[in-house]
Write a protein that binds this ligand. Sequence first.
Ligand code: TYM
Length: 330
Amino acid sequence: MKRMVSGIKPTGELTLGNYLGAIQNFVRFQDDYELFLFVADLHALTTPQNKTVLRKRIKDVVAMYLACGLNPNKVTLFVQSEIPAHSQMSYLFESHSYVGELSRMTQYKDKIAKNTNDSMHVSLFTYPVLMAADILLYDADFVPVGDDQKQHVELTRTIAERFNHRHGDFFVVPEPIIPPLGARIMDLQEPTKKMSKSDISDKGFILLMDDLARTKNKIKSAVTDSDTVVRYDVKNKPGIANLLTIYALLSDSSIEALERKYASQSYQAFKSDLADVVEQTLAPIQAKYKEIITSPLVDQVLDEGLAKASDIAYKKVRKANQLLGLGRKR
Ligand code: TYM
């Protein structure tokens, strides 16, 4: 069975973007791949965190993974920081990556463009190196992620190839898996911008735990255009294209079928139906989440995942140290 690795940062509540770009695909892949999924809590430290909130969010992510349909008997779930090999491997990779290539990372460039007071953490710069460690420690064949993480997975490939070239074939060179639809769910108010949990205005994103009545209103007040035709045209009708994408993914229908269905209907009717579809998706997830978060399941699953993942990761980093001539033992 081919192996997949992916993770989510616990830096806010999960959005519909996380669900459609990542979690929904993990659920689909779990039967056919060996899936390692983790909460990327070390990555959260790139910006200051309140420790009580962070600790709660780590478990929230796992409860949400389970509520969305991940089966703990099939997937390995764990917390990144509980496995020291992630930080250790990341350090080794800092000596296999170049300042130039990290400076070219789009997310990093966006962050420095916004940071005016020179107080950005070094970890925001080295972040993709840690991500490479997360992936390469487990010899992943594939990395299912949304579009915004593709560049980081490409850097991961470069690091793996460089390491293999210098020290002999040691890492599997992984491939990103970007969903053909839903890889970049857009902000409902500014549909040319990615839907993000770190947004200031909360009308642009839908949280998986949002109050359902509020969620429906957010869909109904989503920005569209002055045209009247429900048609998929990302360039000229980004708002409608985004809503069509969400609708198609949540209802398992094609964009074309939806365009036909709403050919002679108003935007209002289209949005109202989509609001119902979103509600029908989120209601059972929220109910399951509430059940799971108060049960011992999350800790049980994470303890089992830790045992399995740490064994693999520890062996890999120990071997990497040896290959580099570190320590005394061969
Ligand atoms: P994070 O926590 O920002 O996002 C988690 C996953 O959700 C996807 N995603 C989206 N997909 C579609 N539309 C959106 N609006 C949207 N917003 C988020 C992301 O692409 C991602 O797949 N660095 C990663 C976490 C990470 C990781 C890894 C992932 C750390 N190590 C190793 C894969 C492999 C991150 O910050 O994702």
